[in-house]
Design a protein around this ligand. Sequence first.
Ligand SMILES: N=C(N)NCCC[C@H](NC(=O)[C@@H]1CCC/C1=C/[C@H](COP(=O)(O)O)NC=O)C(N)=O
Length: 173
Amino acid sequence: GLPPGWEVRHSNSKNLPYYFNSNEKVSRWEPPSGTDTEKLKHYMAAHHSATSRSGAAVGVPEGKIRAAHLLVKHRDSRRPKSWRENEITRSKEEAYEIIRGHEKRIKSGETALGELALTDSDCSSARKRGDLGYFGHGDMQKEFEDAAFGLQVGEMSGVVETASGLHLIERLE
Ligand SMILES: N=C(N)NCCC[C@H](NC(=O)[C@@H]1CCC/C1=C/[C@H](COP(=O)(O)O)NC=O)C(N)=O
């Protein structure tokens, strides 16, 4: 359970639960101190899991998946700039060499996609280790959607090309 005055709410924009205290009018992503996380987990499971048609309680919204990606943009990207670089001028070939290097380091087990995304992804999701949250059909550019929905949970794609640039995608749920 939560300390008095606290309640769990749901952020639709991020599709994540957050904690709200109506007395103090504060909200936060982390459970307030003194939360009994064991009981909270049951609460969350009861209140936040959608039930699919099969009636099984599932945490993943119907027909959606969750994935993280590492994006390397190039000068022909639809928006050739990012939090990392105000103007991205590398060529698509250079971007390929860079993302191939990332792919090798991840496949060798030297690092994880999320770790690399933190420093090297040209997408604003970098600060969330590349996590894009849940998305369904029609949300992402087609090449990205086809690749992501074709992955098993935990699997990583090869290099996927979209108008945004070059991606490595890891399916999380
Ligand atoms: N629903 C969620 N979570 N957010 C909306 C995503 C909109 C979607 N975005 C993409 O398809 C690109 C490729 C896969 C991820 C992605 C991220 C882009 C890449 O960077 P940009 O080319 O925009 O500068 N940054 C944000 O949108 C789209 N239909 O354009």
